[in-house]
Design a protein around this ligand. Structure first.
Ligand code: ATP
Ligand code: ZN
Length: 284
């Protein structure tokens, strides 16, 4: 029994999807140009598909799970369960208007022509704000629509905003914050669920590790209590005596988010020779 995972064949999510599997210690045999590939050391089989098709394949059970953008999941509105946020493929679905225009709220859109590849999400935004507007569904290069007179406004995926800018547009309002998620088939069988749980455990360990750093530092013994109180560690910091009398080496795990502030405080408390190293996996 193998868990069938659908990932994007090529495009923005492809490399990150494969990288995540690799970080989970899962080796995929070469064959990215094929439709399918198997892992050599984990009971998983990969399907390479267009991202737009992944929710349907998962709903139908052709694939058990998929890695796909939330934007696609909600637009396609298939019967699948969103089970885990993967932390890559971050972007926003936003309205873009001409640079010289002033978007002063949803009513700006009244009776406008809106070009988008996301008609379902745009329509639901319009309904929610009781706005009448005309949606033109186009499948690619949405950002050129205002320039060629096809639409007044666009609604498209944005990350930096530079594509909008290059086309004389600016970001006006975000309707969805998106990232890649793991979706699964509704009513996944027991054997597949057991493999999925193993996979999720590994993904979680990789994600936690990325959020943390391992710190090693030298501390004068008279300030040891103060330094230890700054470092929570997984249980508590490790303290080892240095060959130099009066000094100890302290090892601990710290959150990336607290990093700079903590380093300042450690230095102020007399810590020296501070080393910070990345953590590959973290199991609590
Ligand atoms: P496919 O051939 O698989 O249909 P595509 O052209 O629809 O590919 P890509 O442009 O590769 O798709 O984008 C795939 C996903 O990457 C998007 O659905 C979205 O979730 C995510 N993404 C992240 N950042 C961006 C961005 N700046 N623009 C577009 N998509 C982004
Ligand atoms: Zn697509």
């Amino acid at each position: 029994m193998r868990l069938k995972l659908a990932i994007q064949k090529s495009g923005r999510l492809h490399d990150d999807s494969l990288r995540l599997l690799k970080e989970c210690g899962i080796d995929i045999e070469n064959g990215v140009n094929k439709l399918k590939a198997e892992a050599t050391n984990f009971p998983i089989e990969l399907f390479f598909l267009r991202d737009d098709d992944i929710p349907q394949y998962v709903e139908d059970g052709v694939a058990d799970i998929g890695f796909v953008g939330e934007n696609v999941v909600y637009e396609k509105a298939k019967k699948v369960e969103v089970s885990y946020a993967l932390g890559f493929g971050k972007c926003r679905l936003s309205f873009g208007v001409r640079k010289n225009e002033n978007f002063d709220g949803p009513s700006f859109l009244t009776n406008k022509k809106i070009a988008t590849s996301y008609p379902v999400l745009v329509q639901s935004y319009l309904n929610q704000h009781h706005i009448q507007a005309e949606i033109h569904e186009i499948s690619g290069s949405v950002e050129i629509a205002p320039g060629i007179g096809l639409a007044d406004v666009i609604c498209d995926l944005v990350s930096s905003g530079s594509t909008l800018f290059m086309n004389g547009l600016k970001e006006a309002e975000t309707i969805l914050e998106s990232q890649a998620v793991l979706i699964k088939k509704v009513g996944l069988n027991e054997a597949a669920t057991a493999i999925l749980e193993k996979l999720l455990f590994r993904i979680e360990s990789v994600k936690k590790a990325k959020k943390n750093k391992y710190v090693l530092l030298n501390a004068p013994n008279e300030n040891l209590d103060k330094i230890i109180s700054l470092l929570p560690g997984m249980k508590s910091p490790t303290v080892v005596a240095l060959a130099t009398p009066g000094w100890s080496s302290v090892h601990s795990v710290i959150a990336e988010s607290d990093f700079w502030e903590l380093i300042e405080q450690l230095k102020a408390a007399g810590a020296e020779g501070i080393l910070v190293v990345p953590i590959e996996k973290m199991i609590l």
